[in-house]
Ligand binder design. Structure first.
Ligand SMILES: CC(=O)N[C@H]1[C@@H](OP(=O)(O)OP(=O)(O)OC[C@H]2O[C@@H](n3ccc(=O)[nH]c3=O)[C@H](O)[C@@H]2O)O[C@H](CO)[C@@H](O)[C@@H]1O[C@H](C)C(=O)N[C@@H](C)C(=O)N[C@H](CCC(=O)O)C(=O)O
Ligand SMILES: Nc1ncnc2c1ncn2[C@@H]1O[C@H](COP(=O)(O)OP(=O)(O)OP(=O)(O)O)[C@@H](O)[C@H]1O
Length: 560
């Protein structure tokens, strides 16, 4: 396994600390970060050297690229790659010096030139600085908007040789992508995978920097996949990607829509803006066919507005859906159901993850692969065999008599759906550990605190990447949300600023048959406190807390 990029994008994190455990039930206990003093920035993973590149790049004449853009160049240079990041420039690259929200890429042209850039693509405001390096400059009004098509051209349109499946929606993109990958493999295909957790090319696994890579990296990845024999790709397409042109240069064979709920409101002006961003994927410019969830309000709207052929599905029995899940039986390890298709197909399917929403994710994957022309039963069998999705309802089992899971739920809807799902499959109490990120969407803090208080028996509120904000200030807002839930409708609410202590507190409350849910970080391996990222993996910290509690119980038993 090769790991080349840290999870430095959205939600990085911290080192496990084992501070003394829990406050009394129902009390407000503010425990400081025990780990803050003993970690340094040296613990952070190394900086990424950029996306993988094809081993056999083919040269493209700069003049041909200039002609595409409608600009002049006298240069006879040939280029073999392209990047938007000066730090990742390789000899022969076009460096795309983009204007950003914080910086202008033109400020880094000297670095790009030192690393061997062959030319610079930029806008009028960057052209002068770029020309000062002596490199040929292609100046165009919207370099970000043209970067994807140039990248596709430079790498020889590698996406055309892959069955491209793009998955979008607020929740379930990662899960569905892994399930589609499993189905493709079972059908004898060789898929690549691109998403929030990692990118996979054959056996190589590369940690992701963001959900959807920038277009320069994406086209290079496609080229690497093609070079290594991949014939298909299952990838997540975020709304940021659609707005920022990261999938320019791609026309997906199938675009999948799961659902839409409030999220990324710091980026989108409102839900309509968010919906319109997603809807771009369901036009002939971006996809050939669509698979859409009819159980979702926005899915129903999209099914009517999409300008490509649409196949619909419903896990909740919507009568108009082309594919429906019937005979659904939910369980702690997963759910079984029959996917009934428009031609009378009856496919026995098993969601390899618990929760009703994973029936929807599984059905989405089965339908997508059926639309792709694969045998749906073979696809469903492959999906059933997927061993799990990192950090998505991932079980931690140290022999304890209760269920312990880590889940990436970090937005209100996901927290609500995961708690409701667990309620359906567990008899005992649910103890959730939950925080909200700093320097990100502030509007979800109160609602997430309220959701945890209303739907769990214990809500242990804690830190989750406070970044530059005071963790206690974030927790105060979450607590205020929790306090809005009428007292008879809420569980115990406990606050531990230190995440490891919060996890220990939840474990200390767990009795046989209960569920401990550590939400928010999922697969992440770090925690960002005041700009310092320390290693922290919920799965390891939870396992250690369970083991300590089991050995504590064993000692008590032997003494008593
Ligand atoms: C809002 C957003 O997505 N912004 C992205 C955008 O930033 P920006 O245009 O403001 O760039 P900037 O930081 O001002 O820098 C300007 C230019 O200088 C370049 N630069 C900068 C420094 C340097 O040393 N050398 C260099 O070349 C940068 O590569 C950039 O092209 O272009 C940057 C370069 O690619 C991205 O890193 C940055 O992603 C930020 C960090 C980010 O976190 N985005 C998240 C929110 C995101 O994209 N999330 C989605 C959705 C996740 C989900 O569904 O939950 C995702 O797909 O991951
Ligand atoms: N179809 C769904 N509907 C509602 N909630 C879901 C669904 N699928 C997954 N979830 C919840 O959302 C969390 C994130 O799931 P997943 O990572 O698959 O989605 P995502 O769209 O990739 O999310 P993100 O954009 O946050 O990375 C899960 O851990 C689970 O709690």
């Amino acid at each position: 396994m090769t790991t080349i990029t840290p999870d430095s994008g959205n939600r990085p994190g911290d080192r496990p600390s084992f501070s003394p455990a829990p406050g009394a039930p129902g009390t407000l206990t503010a425990v400081p970060h025990a780990d803050q003093s003993r970690s340094t920035q040296q613990d952070a993973p190394a900086k990424h050297p950029g996306a993988p590149r094809p081993d056999r790049p083919r040269p493209t004449k700069l003049a041909e690229l200039a002609a595409r853009l409608g600009v002049q160049t006298q240069s006879a240079a040939e280029v073999t790659g392209i990047t938007h990041d000066s730090r990742a420039v390789r000899p022969g690259d076009v460096y795309a010096a983009l204007p950003g929200a914080r910086l202008h890429g033109a400020d880094f042209v000297a670095q790009a030139a030192d690393l061997g850039a062959a030319a610079v693509l930029t806008d009028e405001t960057g052209a002068e600085r770029a020309a000062a390096t002596g490199l040929p400059v292609l100046a165009t009004e919207d370099p970000r908007g043209r970067m994807g098509e140039l990248a596709a051209e430079i790498y020889g349109h590698p996406g055309n040789d892959l069955l491209q499946i793009g998955i979008t929606g607020t929740s379930g993109k990662t899960t569905t992508a892994y399930l589609v990958e499993g189905g493709l493999k079972a059908a004898g295909r060789s898929p690549g995978l691109i998403g929030t957790v990692e990118m996979r090319i054959g056996d190589e696994r590369i940690k992701s920097e963001r959900t959807t890579p920038e277009a320069t990296d994406l086209q290079a990845l496609f080229a690497v996949m093609r070079e290594r024999g991949a014939d298909s790709v299952a990838m997540e397409v975020s709304s940021h990607a659609l707005v920022l042109g990261r999938v320019d240069g791609c026309v997906f064979d199938i675009a999948v829509f799961n659902n839409l709920s409030p999220e990324h409101m710091e980026f989108h002006s409102d839900m309509e803006d968010y919906f319109q961003a997603k809807a771009q994927l369901f036009t002939p410019r971006r996809s050939k066919e669509a698979v859409v969830n009819l159980d979702d309000d926005y899915g129903r709207r999209l099914a009517g507005e999409a300008t490509v052929p649409v196949t619909t599905f419903s896990a909740e029995g919507h009568p108009d859906a082309d594919w429906r899940a019937e005979d659904v039986e939910v369980g702690t390890h997963g759910s079984t159901f029959t996917a009934v298709g428009p031609g009378g197909e009856r496919v026995r399917a098993q969601a390899p993850l618990p929760g009703p929403f994973n029936v929807a994710n599984t059905l989405a994957a089965v339908v997508t692969l059926a639309v792709a022309g694969l045998d749906p039963q073979t696809a469903a069998d492959g999906i059933a065999a997927v061993p799990g999705v990192p950090g998505r309802l991932e079980r931690v089992d140290a022999g304890q008599p209760y269920l312990a899971v880590v889940d990436y739920a970090h937005k209100t809807d996901a927290v609500e759906s995961v708690l409701r799902s667990l309620r359906k499959v567990t008899e005992g109490k649910i103890h959730i550990v939950l925080g909200c990120g700093g320097d990100r969407d502030r509007t979800k803090r109160g609602p997430m605190g309220a959701a945890a208080a209303r739907l769990a028996d214990t809500a242990v509120l804690t830190s989750d990447n406070p970044r530059g904000e005071d963790p206690l200030a974030i927790l105060a807002t979450m607590l205020a949300g929790a306090a809005e839930v009428p007292i008879h409708e809420r569980g115990d609410v406990v606050v531990h600023e230190d995440r490891a202590a919060a996890i220990a507190a939840a474990v200390a409350r767990a009795e046989p048959g209960d569920t401990v849910l550590v939400a928010g970080k999922g697969h992440e391996q770090g925690q960002d406190i005041a700009g310092v990222v320390r290693p922290f993996d919920d799965r390891q910290v939870l396992r250690a807390a369970i083991e300590r509690s089991l050995s504590g119980a064993a000692v008590k038993n032997s003494q008593g």
